[in-house]
Ligand binder design. Structure first.
Ligand code: SF4
Ligand code: SF4
Length: 146
């Protein structure tokens, strides 16, 4: 592991909030992965699939994000997605039982900075998706209308 990457510790929130390809079967976003022991980690850690092995949320790679914003504490997993070359997509997956968690000033500030820097930034709360625009506004569709 890269020395600059923070360890996940007791966090496993990406194993709940994100959809994951488990080598042929698909774990839906919002359901705990059947291999996850929340608070303890992945029961198949040594043989987990590539998608899991290579995933690092933004908290692990961002020195400026403090311990209090570890995903299991702040209830938001921020992930960069590259669907094709050149994509700059960031999704913040919010724990649906804490739907306003993304409004934490550090989290929303980070999302606004990413939007200002040219990323397409979405906020996923269960089935709802919000977007963060370049001017920092948070809207229900990408054209800026609520
Ligand atoms: S959400 Fe981030 S910190 Fe939490 S387990 Fe996943 S990669 Fe690690
Ligand atoms: S296989 Fe392990 S790392 Fe992958 S989603 Fe399930 S619990 Fe998480």
């Amino acid at each position: 592991m890269n020395d600059d990457v923070k360890p996940c510790g007791e966090c496993s929130l990406c194993c709940k909030l994100m959809g994951v390809d488990l080598g042929g079967t698909y774990k839906k976003a919002g359901d705990w992965c059947r291999h996850c022991n929340p608070g303890q980690g992945c029961a198949v850690h040594e043989t987990r699939w590539d998608g899991c092995r290579h995933f690092q949320c933004a908290w692990t790679t961002s020195p400026s994000m403090p311990a209090a914003t570890r995903p299991d504490k702040c209830k938001v997993v921020i992930a960069r997605h590259t669907y094709s070359e050149g994509d700059n997509v960031v999704i913040a997956y919010v724990e649906p039982t804490k739907p306003f968690a993304y409004r934490d000033p550090i989290i929303l500030g980070a999302l606004r900075k990413l939007a200002k820097d040219g990323f397409h930034v979405g906020i996923r709360i269960g089935h709802q998706t919000l977007y963060v625009l370049e001017d920092g506004s948070v809207v229900e569709d990408q054209h800026g209308t609520a």
